[in-house]
Design a protein around this ligand. Structure first.
Ligand code: B12
Ligand code: SF4
Length: 471
């Protein structure tokens, strides 16, 4: 039967998190894309794999293929790196069923590796790099009208069998021109974490970070528009919880104070969380966010070694980290601190400095002050395109995928041993080969050779309860 509905399906392909695979996040990126297309008069079907597959093992290729399948001639998928091999495998089946279907990929999982994907994987037709709204409007418009793609900036595609990459797309200068994420096309009550972004990008340049590379420059949105968006979400959910996902929400204190003031002016009783940053937390700011309903702050501390902090360009010292966390703990009894290990240059003594920092903070915050503080460790992944991955490409080492079982956020083994911990069932025998054959496309499935990695992983494995348990 002929399909008379929208000609495009937009699918979000994050895997759900949690032991029961039901910890779902609002898919902001694809909702922004859907909103931009809607404003341009381009109708889409929208589907989110997290919701469609909630509660089930998300890594079964047949399930992904079934989720992606419909009669529309154009499929756009948004994803992060860990889903990429599973998506590519599932797309083989989708393309076998409909060889004429045009498959477009976008999101952080494909940006920067698009040309290689087009070269190596015929089941993908077009990859959109970076910020997607303007590109999506031009690209899907051109596909619907069967116009050529060569003047569309920010894509890789195939021409006469060869991959072509067009010049990068300029960033959107003023984010306020964008329509808000298309909340109306999803059931917000299906999501465990309902979120928003007050800005894109981050001015810092930590060498392992994909986000700063992806978003390039810090660009804030208007606070009034942000709170309009939040009010809309609250109306739709009937709840009062929001996660502000900005990389560095506290960057501009005046803006944060404006946010708090505007919440108060509108009489909104909101319960929210955000990420702080070492060196940026001042007493007035902490007091204001607490009064405005902030219930917890997270910090990416990353290391307790000054040498490592300097090499990854964190822009602060161990002492500054301690000072910031002590200060924040005066205002918040709910804190999470993230650390990484497995830097190619991280010697055992550096790791031990990290552990001594965690022990010091734990003794003060958890033992003495009874604060609900969590210390999370992640093994550093060779995320594609970061400064660190480029510099240490020669030290990349594949993860032990053959030992992997189904991992989730709550599985502590995964937290200490594997960076991209949403790993597949061991039955996925094709996976190690795909990853080994294309190290640059799938570098996030690699860590780096580094001194005493086994010792570090075992230590964290043994102490996981100590560092992660909430009081
Ligand atoms: C929130 C978040 C999550 C949430 C996801 C829910 C959500 N709402 O996004 C959760 C907790 C699930 C998550 C998990 C992970 N995350 Co995360 N996450 C983020 C965070 C903080 C915000 C994402 C966001 O909302 N961005 C805002 C929207 C507007 O941007 P966007 O989604 O990228 O979408 C834009 C473009 O990508 C593009 N686009 C997106 N989809 C599509 C689709 C089409 C068809 C087109 C054309 C374009 C397009 O256009 C959009 C609008 O401009 C980012 C950091 C950041 N600031 O971006 C990290 C980030 C994306 N995550 C990252 C990582 C490493 C992970 C994990 C691997 C962590 C881990 N160790 O497990 C997992 C992977 C999960 C999985 N199985 O796929 C990395 C990127 C890795 C990578 N290269 O893919 C980032 C950049 C963090 C960092 N500093 O390095 N994450
Ligand atoms: S790790 Fe955080 S502070 Fe550093 S560049 Fe990335 S987003 Fe910015």
């Amino acid at each position: 039967m002929k399909n008379l509905g929208p000609q495009i399906t937009i699918a979000n392909l994050f895997s759900p998190l949690g032991k029961k695979w039901n910890h779902t996040f609002l898919p902001l990126g694809t909702l922004y894309i859907a909103a931009a297309l809607d404003r341009a008069g381009i109708a889409v079907n929208f589907r989110d794999y997290q919701v469609a597959n909630s509660g089930q093992n998300p890594y079964k290729v047949e399930k992904i293929a079934a989720f992606l399948w419909d009669e529309t001639p154009i499929l756009g998928v948004g994803l992060m790196g860990p889903m990429l091999p599973f998506l590519l495998k599932a797309l083989e089946a989708v393309k076998a069923r409909d060889p004429g279907k045009i498959v477009v990929l976008g999101g952080t999982g494909v940006t920067g590796v698009g040309e290689a994907i087009i070269r190596e994987f015929p089941q993908v037709d077009i990859v959109v790099h970076g910020e997607g709204e303007e590109t999506a409007v031009e690209l899907f418009g051109a596909l619907l009208d069967r116009r050529p793609l060569d003047d569309i900036a920010g894509i890789s595609y195939r021409q006469d069998g060869k991959p072509v990459t067009t010049p990068p797309r300029a960033l959107i200068q003023d984010l306020n021109v964008l329509p808000p994420p298309a909340h109306g096309i999803v059931d917000l009550s299906c999501y465990k974490v309902v979120s928003c972004l007050s800005a894109r990008g981050c001015p810092f340049k930590c060498t392992y970070c994909y986000s700063s590379m992806f978003w390039k420059r810090y660009r804030p949105r208007s606070i009034v528009a942000l709170i309009d968006e939040i009010e809309g979400i609250l109306r739709q959910t009937g709840g009062n919880n929001i996660s502000i996902l900005d990389d560095t929400f506290v960057l501009e204190p005046a803006r944060v104070l404006e946010f708090c003031g505007e919440l108060k002016r509108r009489g909104l009783s909101l319960s929210w969380t955000c990420f702080g940053r070492v060196g940026l937390m001042k007493p007035e700011l902490l007091q204001a966010i607490k009064e405005a309903g902030c219930t917890g702050v997270g910090f990416g501390v990353e290391s307790g070694s000054n040498e490592v902090l300097a090499r990854i360009k964190k822009g602060y010292t161990r002492k500054e980290a301690i000072d910031t966390i002590r200060l924040t703990a005066k205002y918040f009894s709910n804190m999470e601190m993230f650390f990484m290990y497995g830097f190619p240059f991280e010697e055992r003594r550096h790791f031990e400095e990290t552990i001594s920092l965690v022990e010091l903070l734990r003794a003060e915050l958890v033992e003495k002050q009874g604060i609900n503080a969590r210390f999370s460790f992640n093994l550093l992944a060779a995320v594609p395109g970061t400064e660190l991955t480029r510099e240490f490409r020669g030290l990349m080492k594949p993860l032990e995928l053959h030992n992997a079982s189904l991992y989730s956020h709550e599985d502590k083994r995964a937290m200490v041993k594997r960076p991209w911990f949403f790993l597949p069932s061991p039955n996925a025998r094709w996976l190690p080969k795909m990853i080994a054959d294309h190290p640059d496309i799938f570098s996030g499935f690699y860590c780096f050779e580094n001194p005493d990695l086994g010792y570090k992983a075992r230590f964290l494995w043994k102490n996981q309860r100590r560092y992660r348990a909430r009081k």
